[in-house]
Design a protein around this ligand. Structure first.
Ligand SMILES: Nc1ncnc2c1ncn2[C@@H]1O[C@H](COP(=O)(O)OP(=O)(O)OP(=O)(O)O)[C@@H](O)[C@H]1O
Ligand SMILES: [Mg+2]
Length: 287
């Protein structure tokens, strides 16, 4: 049975070889602004629209994503280093056809691998190229070395903030840091927990104007998610809000945002290096 499943996976992978895989890192300055909830429900929103999204938990220490889904992952990224393990063996099935990879307890480990192990790990990640349309990395808050490497290697970085001034200030610090390390990195902004569309727009305007004025850089507002008691309810039930409360304000915001995201992505031509390019860049930063 396992062999058959494996063969099927390989066939699917071969048939989708030409598919573009986009790497997106979700981050924030301040902690607790809603990155993990956003990553999870954004991924599910993409799936609703027929896109294959794979979620990757890069959060150090706190295993956020699996708790939000009520899952206990059997395997994590570093199991890929075991003999005969494949990417299909470590992809966990989440709700709503979401697949995800647990980062394990020590993502810093990736930086400490010797060359042979790093090569093996990356080779075994490669089959995801073409299998997923979008790979979403959920990172911890702030600027750890690891998450910075992920951000700089990604095709896009989504910075999540709330409208509260400390969150905005910290988001700006992340944007500034990213820009100083890589002026070409594409930054998109999500304002979470807004009380109105107007508040979302005003917060985004503030950040985009400051970035333009002081860094001479364009950041692209992606949208906002309304503050909604259903988010916390869903968290307590360990279910994604998009599935638990599909008609809630937060779920509607996510769907609008996903729609806009797909429109703007279709309009923008991406660099064609996908996962391979990402891994090559990551290796460059690690070594
Ligand atoms: N749109 C929203 N409306 C209401 N509450 C929200 C919303 N988004 C997030 N929250 C609340 O914020 C809490 C923290 O969210 P989440 O765990 O996604 O943040 P995080 O940025 O991933 O945190 P960390 O920095 O610790 O990884 C949630 O448990 C929920 O109660
Ligand atoms: Mg989190």
């Amino acid at each position: 049975m396992r062999d058959q499943a494996e063969q099927l996976r390989q066939r699917i992978q071969q048939s989708t070889q030409e598919r573009q895989t986009k790497l997106v890192t979700v981050t924030s300055g301040k902690g607790g602004v809603g990155k993990s909830n956003f990553s999870l429900n954004f991924g599910l929103g993409l799936i609703e629209r027929g896109h294959k999204a794979v979620l990757f938990d890069v959060d150090l220490g706190l295993a956020n994503l699996d708790v939000l889904m009520g899952l206990t992952p059997k395997k994590h990224l570093f199991h890929l280093l075991e003999p005969d393990e494949t990417i299909w063996g470590i992809l966990e099935k989440g709700p709503g056809q979401l697949e995800f990879i647990a980062g394990g307890s020590g993502f810093t480990q990736i930086m400490q691998l010797d060359d042979g192990k790093l090569e093996l790990l990356f080779n075994r990640l490669n089959p995801l190229q073409g299998y997923a349309d979008t790979i979403i990395f959920d990172t911890g808050a702030g600027l750890s070395k690891e998450s910075l490497h992920f951000m700089l290697s990604s095709d896009e970085v989504i910075v999540v903030t709330t409208p509260e001034p400390p969150a905005i200030t910290d988001a700006y610090a992340v944007i500034k840091m990213l820009h100083s390390r890589s002026p070409v990195v594409k930054i998109r902004l999500v304002i979470n927990r807004v009380t109105s569309e107007r508040e979302g727009r005003m917060t985004a305007d503030k950040l985009t104007m400051v970035a333009k004025r002081f860094l001479n850089m364009e950041i692209h507002p992606l949208g906002y998610v309304l503050d909604d008691v259903h988010v916390s309810k869903a968290v307590k039930q360990q279910r994604p809000f998009l599935l638990a409360y599909p008609q809630s304000k937060a779920s509607r915001s996510i769907r609008d945002l996903v729609g806009r995201y797909l429109e703007s992505s279709a309009a923008a031509k991406l660099p064609a290096n996908g996962l391979k390019g990402f891994l090559a860049r990551l290796k460059h930063f690690i070594r």
